[in-house]
Design a protein around this ligand. Structure first.
Ligand SMILES: Nc1nc2c(c(=O)[nH]1)N[C@H]1C(S)=C(S)[C@@H](COP(=O)(O)OP(=O)(O)OC[C@H]3O[C@@H](n4cnc5c(=O)[nH]c(N)nc54)[C@H](O)[C@@H]3O)O[C@H]1N2
Ligand SMILES: Nc1nc2c(c(=O)[nH]1)N[C@H]1C(S)=C(S)[C@@H](COP(=O)(O)OP(=O)(O)OC[C@H]3O[C@@H](n4cnc5c(=O)[nH]c(N)nc54)[C@H](O)[C@@H]3O)O[C@H]1N2
Ligand code: SF4
Ligand SMILES: [Mo]
Length: 694
C-alpha cells in the first residue's frame, strides 16, 4: 500500500507491505519510507507504527446508535434516516442554525471542502468550524494581515540550510516534525546559528546554540526586546523597510519607548541574552524565523506572531534564498484544511463568507443564489459555548475529539451531554464518540484517497491502499449520501474524489489559495504542486514575496505590539504556570497513537515535567502520582523530574483523556482577533496524591 503518514504536517510518503503470517496466522506488516521532497525518505517512529491502529482491531465497522446507554448496530439506511429526521425536527423547532458541524485538519482537502459546502448548501447553517482553530488560527490570521496571504512556509524547506541564523520560537520540530530535523542539523553543519525560544529544554532546544527559556506567554514581549536591540544597533534593512513595508514610524516610536531591563524582567530572559539573540539574527546575512504553538496558542497569539514578523521585515529577511518565515503547521492537512471552507468565516480558496464578491463567486460555482449562503458563524470553542447554551442542539463531528482537545474540557463535556443529538464520524472509539447518539464508521488514511497540503503549501495526492473495511465509508461519501436524503443531492453529485477536487479547483480559482492549475494527473507525475497555482501550466509558487506582497501598494505591514501578560497569573492558591504540548510518540488527543501497541508501550500514561527544586518545595517525588489543580478542574498524572524546565513552570502533554486530560484544567480565554485559546499558559497548584505510605 503506497500511502502517506496520517499524522503531522510533513506528510512523509511510505509503503506498508502486508505478508500473510505463517500457517494462516496474523498478517505481518513492514513499513518502508519512500523518498519525497519533504521527508527525503525518512519516517519517524509514529509513521513507522501508523499501520497498527488502522489494521489491528478496534476499528468501528458499522453504524451504531445509542439505546439506553448501549451502542447498537444499525444499517446505514437507518442511520441516515435518523439523522434526516432529527435534523428536520430540530430545524423545524429552532431554525437552521441549531445544527452545527465540527471538522478537522486530518480530513482530505476534498472532505474538508465538502463539509463546508454541506454546512452552507445542504443544511444552510452558519455554525461550522474545526479543530484547526486551536492550531493555526493565530499564525494564519497574522500572515493574512502582515503579508496578505497565509501559507505555512514562505519558501521551500531546502532554503533552511542556506540560512545563517535560525530562530525557532515555541516550536519543537525534533519531536513534532522529526523528519525535518536534518534540515536544521545540515544548516548547523554549514555554520548556521540556531536560537530556540522555549520555557523548557526539548529535543529542539538541544540542537540550538542559544536557548532563551522564556516565561510562558511572554513571547510578544521578548520579540519587542529583540526588535529594540535591532533598532538601537542600527541593524535595520532601511531600503527593504522603505520600499516593501508600511508602518515603520509607528513601530519605531513604540520601540523607542520600551525599556530592555523591564522586558528582561517580564520575560525571565536576561537583557544580555536578548541582545545576543538579536545581534545574531540582525547581523546574519540570511535568516529564517519559525513559530509554532508555543508562541501562537496564547491569548495574544495573533499579535505575538506579528511581532516575530516585525523581526523578519525589519531585517528584510524574506523573499530571497535562505530567508523567510515558517508557521510550522501541525496536522496532516492543517494547511489545506484551513483553506477551503470548514472555517466559520470562510469559503473555498481562502475566500471570505462576508465578502459579497466572494459569496457571488462561490455561489455561482455551486449553482445557488448568493442570498442562500448563510453568514459567518463562530469559532470552535465558541461553538461549544453555543452548545452549552443550547443554541446549537445537534452537532455533527467529523475528524476531531473535541472533549479532549478543547480548553476547559469539563465545561465542554457538560455542554455536549446537553445536546439533543450528537453524531460522530470516526474510525475509532474516541472519548467524544463515546458520548454520541450516533456513530458513523469512516475509512482511515490507508483506504481513503484524496489530496492533503503539507506544511510547505505543497499539495500531495494520497492514493488508497486497500478497500474500506466492514461497512465503513469515506467521509465525503457520507456527506453526499446525506445531502441526497436531505433533498440537496443535485449539489453533491460526485462519483469520485477527483470529481470533488475538480469542483474545488473551480471554487478556489482566482482566490488566495488558488488550486485551479493543480490536477490529479499533475500530482501523479510531479511530487506535489505548491499553491497558488492559477493555471495548469503554472509551476506552482515555491518562494513567496520575492518582489511584492499581495497587499495595497505591494507592501507588508509593520505594527507595534504591546507587552502582554497572560490572562491568568500565578497566585498564592495557584502558584505555578502550566504549559502544555506534545511528546514524540503520541499524536494529539491520542485516539490513534494510544491504540498502537508500539507507541503506547513507550509512553503509556501522561506525566508532569517539573524542576526538582520546585518539586521539593511541593513535597513531590520523582515518578509519583500528583494532583494538578486549576480553577477549572483537577487531573492526576505522574511526576517526571527535569532540571531543564523553568522553576516557575510545569509541563503536561495533551495526549490523554479522562482523569489525565490536561484540558480539564486549561482555561478558556480566547485571543480577541483569531479566537485561539491560551492553551500554553494557566495557573495551577500541584500536590502529591499520596503523602504517606501506610
Ligand atoms: N509527536 C507529535 N508531533 C506532532 C503532534 C503531536 O501531537 N505529537 N501534533 C501535530 C500538531 S497538530 C501540531 S499543532 C504540531 C505542534 O508542534 P509544536 O508547536 O512544535 O508543539 P508543542 O509541543 O505544542 O509546543 C512547542 C513548544 O512550545 C513550548 N512552549 C510552551 N509554552 C511556551 C511559551 O509560552 N512560549 C514559547 N516560546 N514556547 C512555549 C513547549 O514547551 C513546546 O516545546 O505538532 C504536530 N506534530
Ligand atoms: N492543552 C492543549 N490542547 C490542545 C493543544 C495543545 O497544544 N494543548 N493543541 C491543539 C491542536 S494544535 C490541535 S490540532 C487540536 C487537535 O485536537 P483533535 O481534533 O481532537 O485531534 P485528534 O486527536 O487528531 O482527533 C481527531 C479524531 O478524528 C479521527 N480521525 C482521524 N482521521 C480522520 C478522518 O480522516 N476522518 C474522520 N471522520 N475522522 C478522523 C481520529 O480517530 C480522532 O478521533 O488539539 C488542540 N488542543
Ligand atoms: S508523524 Fe510526521 S514526521 Fe513522523 S512519519 Fe508521520 S508525517 Fe512524518
Ligand atoms: Mo495542531
Amino acid at each position: 500500500m503506497d500511502t502517506q503518514c496520517p499524522f503531522c504536517s510533513v506528510q512523509c510518503k511510505m509503503q506498508v507491505i502486508e505478508d500473510q503470517g505463517a500457517d494462516g496466522g496474523r498478517p505481518v506488516y513492514t513499513v518502508v519510507p519512500k523518498p519525497n521532497l519533504a521527508s527525503e525518505g525518512r519516517l519517524c517512529i509514529k509513521g513507522m507504527n501508523a499501520y497498527q491502529h488502522v489494521l489491528t482491531g478496534e476499528r468501528i465497522l458499522h453504524p451504531m446508535v445509542k439505546k439506553e446507554g448501549q451502542f447498537i448496530r444499525i444499517s446505514w439506511e437507518d442511520a441516515y434516516e435518523l439523522m434526516v429526521s432529527k435534523f428536520a425536527e430540530l430545524r423545524g423547532a429552532y431554525g437552521n442554525h441549531t445544527v452545527g458541524l465540527y471538522g478537522g485538519g486530518s480530513l482530505t482537502n476534498e472532505s474538508a471542502y465538502l463539509l463546508g459546502k454541506f454546512a452552507r448548501v445542504a443544511l444552510q447553517t452558519k455554525y461550522i468550524d474545526y479543530n484547526g482553530r486551536f492550531c493555526m488560527s493565530a499564525a494564519a490570521s497574522a500572515g493574512v494581515k502582515v503579508f496578505g496571504i497565509d501559507r505555512g512556509l514562505t519558501n521551500q524547506l531546502s532554503d533552511i540550510e542556506l540560512a545563517d541564523c535560525i530562530i525557532l520560537a515555541g516550536t519543537n520540530i525534533a519531536e513534532c516534525q522529526p523528519t525535518l530535523t536534518p534540515y536544521f542539523t545540515r544548516a548547523k553543519e554549514k555554520g548556521s546559528y540556531i536560537i530556540a525560544i522555549d520555557p523548557r529544554e526539548t529535543g529542539t532546544t538541544r540542537i540550538a546554540d542559544l536557548h532563551l527559556r522564556v516565561k510562558p506567554g511572554m513571547d510578544a514581549t521578548l520579540a519587542n526586546g529583540m526588535l529594540k536591540v535591532l533598532l538601537d544597533e542600527g541593524l535595520i534593512d532601511e531600503a527593504f523597510v522603505q520600499q516593501r513595508t508600511k508602518g515603520f514610524a509607528e513601530l519605531k516610536a513604540h520601540l523607542n519607548a520600551l525599556d530592555l531591563k523591564e522586558i528582561a524582567e517580564l520575560t525571565g530572559v536576561s537583557a544580555e541574552l536578548i541582545r545576543k539573540a538579536a545581534l545574531a539574527y540582525g547581523k546574519a546575512a540570511t535568516g529564517m524565523v519559525f513559530t509554532a504553538r508555543g508562541v501562537e496558542q496564547q491569548t495574544d497569539g495573533h499579535m505575538a506572531v506579528r511581532n516575530f514578523l516585525n523581526l523578519v521585515l525589519l531585517t528584510g529577511k524574506i523573499g530571497k534564498p535562505g530567508c523567510g518565515y515558517g508557521a510550522v503547521t501541525g496536522q496532516g492537512n492543517g494547511q489545506g484544511g484551513r483553506e477551503h471552507g470548514q472555517k466559520a468565516d470562510q469559503l473555498p480558496g481562502y475566500r471570505l463568507i462576508e465578502n459579497p464578491e466572494d459569496r457571488a463567486y462561490v455561489a455561482g460555482v455551486w449553482g445557488i443564489d448568493p442570498s442562500e449562503l448563510p453568514s459567518k458563524g463562530v469559532s470552535a470553542y465558541e461553538m461549544m459555548e453555543k452548545v452549552y447554551e443550547q443554541e446549537i442542539r445537534a452537532l455533527f463531528v467529523m475528524g476531531s475529539n473535541p472533549i479532549v482537545s478543547n480548553p476547559n474540557a469539563n465545561f465542554v463535556e457538560e455542554g455536549l451531554k446537553k445536546l439533543d443529538f450528537l453524531v460522530v464520524a470516526d474510525f475509532l472509539m474516541s472519548e467524544t464518540a463515546q458520548l454520541a447518539d450516533l456513530i458513523l464508521p469512516v475509512s482511515a488514511y490507508l483506504e481513503n484517497a484524496g489530496t492533503l497540503t503539507n506544511l510547505e503549501g505543497r499539495v500531495l495526492l494520497r492514493e488508497a491502499g486497500r478497500p474500506a473495511p466492514g461497512e465503513s465509508k469515506h467521509d465525503w461519501q457520507i456527506l453526499c449520501d446525506l445531502a441526497d436524503r436531505l433533498g440537496r443531492g443535485s449539489f453533491f453529485n460526485f462519483a469520485s474524489v477527483e470529481d470533488i477536487f475538480n469542483e474545488l479547483r473551480l471554487a478556489s480559482r482566482g482566490g488566495v489559495a488558488d488550486y485551479y492549475g493543480i490536477t490529479y494527473d499533475r500530482l501523479r507525475k510531479e511530487e506535489g504542486v505548491y499553491w497558488p497555482c492559477p493555471e495548469p501550466e503554472h509551476p506552482g509558487a515555491k518562494r513567496l514575496f520575492e518582489s511584492s506582497f499581495p497587499l495595497p501598494e505591494g507592501k507588508a505591514l509593520l505594527t507595534p505590539v504591546e507587552n502582554h501578560l497572560p490572562k491568568e497569573l500565578v497566585s498564592d492558591e495557584y502558584p505555578l504556570y502550566l504549559t502544555t504540548g506534545r511528546v514524540l510518540t503520541h499524536y494529539l488527543t491520542g485516539v490513534q497513537t494510544r491504540r498502537s501497541h508500539s507507541l503506547a508501550a513507550r509512553d503509556v500514561e501522561s506525566f508532569m515535567e517539573i524542576h526538582p527544586r520546585t518539586a521539593k518545595k511541593y513535597r513531590i517525588e520523582d515518578a509519583t502520582l500528583v494532583k494538578l489543580e486549576s480553577k477549572r478542574g483537577v487531573i492526576y498524572v505522574r511526576s517526571r523530574f527535569s532540571s531543564d524546565i523553568r522553576e516557575d513552570t510545569v509541563f503536561v502533554p495533551m495526549h490523554w483523556g479522562d482523569t489525565q486530560n490536561v484540558n480539564k484544567i486549561t482555561h478558556d480565554a480566547l485571543d480577541p482577533t483569531c479566537r485561539m485559546p491560551g492553551f500554553k499558559v494557566c495557573a495551577v497548584n500541584v500536590s502529591p496524591l499520596v503523602t504517606e505510605y501506610a
